[in-house]
Design a protein. Structure first.
Length: 374
């Protein structure tokens, strides 16, 4: 089990940096010793298996490979990993799960077996699925995986009645959020959040290797009426910003946002609210596989009301804010009966400093949400 665990640790290093490819880790073992290891590099570069075999060299012959996802058997931007494994003389391959990509699923395993390589499937499969939860949804539906993130007080508030929100969560939680941003393709926020807080919406995480992030997630600002000020920080930060409007932009308005550093996307809207379903489709076509939604309450409420949230990560701080007018994390219509509430499954809780981080997957109304492969 320890070798697959090592491969999974490597796979996590690729999260957010290898999209739209899956985050894969691979380890090559010879006589109980690790002789090669690797994880997926940015698109167009090496896959995990190829890197591990390159590092192992001749030591790979007669060795065993542990890989978190079924090796590909087709030509894409790089040659098939199965060809490299066969040529290297690997005798056994342990894979955590099959690749849900229809052009791969089962083919890689079958090709290896046809060449006399023994395969084993299913070791640490659940953990492997969690690592690639965004890839699994994207490759099977064409839509990005949506995670709702918010920090609340013990009484469920995200800000005081006057709008002050700094800082509800502690430094450990805020540091972890930068890691969440690092592993996401995009960060989404509403115009009200940008206007009120003027956030950076960047990551200062570097995958635990020091230095700075290799890339910044796409910043997606939902602004039905085009109210975001041209001086907002999001326009001048490293990386790209997409301003989503719920109406046609005037040519001079579009030009002004372009000069400020933003691309504009105009989508249909109802009552001033952007069609979020159409937005997810558009982001999927841009090969955005994962989105971290950071508020505010109106945006999160709309996403929940429309059943578009896949996962929730909530940071609960041991403070009481109070106030009937203080803002809550999720607005929107909500539900009329507690029985109709959005419930989480696969719930995990972890202490970060004085805060409690609770995460889980949103269950479908009336039954389990069966995200593909999860």
């Amino acid at each position: 089990m320890k070798y697959m665990g090592q491969a999974l640790s490597l796979a996590r290093l690729a999260l957010g940096q290898a999209s739209p490819n899956p985050a894969v880790g691979a380890v090559v073992i010879k006589k109980g010793t690790v002789v090669g290891q690797g994880y997926t590099q940015p698109p167009g570069s090496h896959h995990a298996e190829a890197l591990a075999l390159k590092q192992a060299g001749e030591a790979a012959r007669g060795g065993v490979m542990y890989v978190t996802l079924e090796p590909c058997a087709h030509y894409g931007r790089t040659p098939p990993c199965t060809d490299a494994i066969i040529s290297a003389g690997i005798k056994r391959v342990h894979m955590a799960m099959l690749d849900p990509n229809p052009i791969v699923s089962g083919r890689g395993k079958e090709e290896l077996e046809q060449k006399g390589i023994k395969t084993y499937l299913g070791e640490d499969a659940e953990e492997a699925k969690e690592v690639n939860e965004a890839y699994i949804k994207f490759i099977t539906t064409g839509l990005p995986f949506v995670t709702a993130k918010f920090a609340i007080s013990l009484d469920g508030k995200i800000a005081t009645r006057k709008g002050n929100s700094r800082w509800i969560s502690g430094p450990e939680s805020r540091k972890y959020v930068h890691c969440l941003r690092y592993t996401s393709d995009a960060i989404m926020a509403g115009a009200n959040t940008v206007i009120a807080d003027d956030p950076h919406l960047t990551t200062r995480c570097s995958g635990g290797k020091g230095g700075t992030a290799r890339k910044q997630p796409l910043r997606v600002i939902i602004d039905g009426e085009g109210r975001t000020p041209l001086t907002a920080r999001v326009f001048s930060e490293p990386g790209e910003t997409l301003l989503v409007l719920g109406r046609a932009a005037k040519p001079e308005e579009r030009a002004a946002f372009t000069r400020a550093g933003a691309e504009t996307l105009e989508l249909p809207a109802a009552e001033g609210q952007v069609d979020l379903g159409k937005l997810l489709e558009a982001l999927g076509k841009r090969q955005i596989t994962s989105i971290l939604v950071e508020g505010g309450g109106i945006l999160l409420g709309s996403l929940f009301d429309q059943g578009l949230v896949d996962k929730v990560i909530a940071f609960i701080a041991p403070v009481i804010i109070g106030g009937a007018e203080a803002k809550t994390a999720v607005a929107g219509r909500g539900v009329d009966q507690v029985a109709d509430s959005f419930r989480l499954e696969g719930v995990k809780a972890e202490k970060l400093g004085d805060d409690l981080m609770v995460s889980g997957y949103v269950a479908a109304k009336g039954g389990r949400r069966c995200l593909p492969g999860l």
